[in-house]
Design a protein around this ligand. Structure first.
Ligand SMILES: Nc1ncnc2c1ncn2[C@@H]1O[C@H](COP(=O)(O)OP(=O)(O)OP(=O)(O)O)[C@@H](O)[C@H]1O
Ligand SMILES: [Mg+2]
Length: 270
């Protein structure tokens, strides 16, 4: 259990410098199944990190650990200098209250494979929900900001549509706008295009590319190697709960060092 970790200092102010995310020996087990076997990673501010790896290698579990949707079995994870999900006192970790965890999470936007918009709310309603409910942003201000975001994701005329009236690609762009409405400092994407028809993938990747250009820090689990190569600052290959290889996309894609990376890439790159 994470509570059994022992560290010398209390509530260490972590010197994360340029790193927005620091994962230190992150471990996660479900019962006897060890899914993450000690992940060490750093994501710098403004960095776009792409994560690839075979099904079941632990990519989604790692993303879920970053925003504490999963409790760590061991290790530590900092976002923006804050220990995610825990407070450290006399070398012991204590889980934060739900409200404290929610506050930490509000700084992290997450976009999943399946569009998880609220079906009973309009596009606008979806986007202003969290800012008005969680951040208590006045409705007029939240609406103004939502319209700017809809413009940014190329859907200025869909504010009053319901999710079911949109294509998958449009829904996914609304999901991105909704995450951005909380003005997060980090965006996590879990295969945001893999449930889309091929002709809709490009429009979502375009929005993500634009976000990356704007300096957003992003961790993107994806099988879109073209996107990883072009937009990613770093590429991480995970297999069996561990980081096998990490480097620039050019390094990892053109000159993989490990046989497991080579075998995986030969399957996903035609
Ligand atoms: N809540 C859970 N309870 C038990 N096992 C789980 C749970 N969530 C994930 N797992 C297991 O953890 C392993 C890693 O799953 P994870 O979803 O992180 O893989 P992934 O790399 O995202 O795979 P994919 O590419 O298919 O999305 C799998 O063996 C999965 O069955
Ligand atoms: Mg997954």
């Amino acid at each position: 259990m994470a509570e059994e970790n022992h560290m010398p200092a209390d509530d260490m102010a972590v010197e994360t410098a340029d790193a927005l995310v620091v994962a230190e020996d992150v471990r996660k087990s479900f019962g006897r199944l060890e899914v993450l076997k000690g992940i060490d990673l750093e994501v710098r501010r403004g960095e776009v990190m792409c994560v690839v790896g075979p099904s079941g290698s632990g990519k989604s579990t790692f993303l879920r650990c970053v925003n504490h949707l999963e409790k760590l079995t061991a290790g530590r994870l900092w976002v923006n200098g804050e220990l995610m999900g825990y407070r450290q006192r006399r070398g012991r970790l204590y889980e934060l209250r739900d409200s404290e965890i929610a506050a930490q999470r509000s700084d992290i936007g997450m976009v999943f494979q399946r569009f998880n918009l609220f079906p009973h709310l309009t596009v606008l309603g979806n986007i202003i929900e969290a800012p008005t409910q969680v951040k208590r942003t006045p409705k007029a201000r939240a609406t103004e900001r939502a319209m700017e975001l809809l413009d940014r994701v190329g859907l200025p005329d869909k504010a009053n549509a319901y999710p079911e009236q949109l294509s998958g690609g449009q829904q996914q762009r609304v999901a991105i706008a909704r995450a951005l409405a909380m003005e997060p400092s980090l965006m996590l994407f879990d295969e945001p295009t893999s449930a889309l028809d091929p002709e809709l993938v490009g429009e979502v990747l375009d929005v993500m590319r634009d976000l990356a250009r704007g300096g957003m820090t992003m961790v993107v689990v994806t099988h879109e190697m073209g996107f990883a190569r072009e937009v990613g600052d770093s590429l991480v290959f995970m297999d069996d709960g561990a980081v096998v290889e990490a480097g620039t996309p050019a390094e990892v894609l053109s000159n993989p060092r490990h046989e497991r990376t080579r075998a995986f890439l030969s399957k996903v790159i035609q």
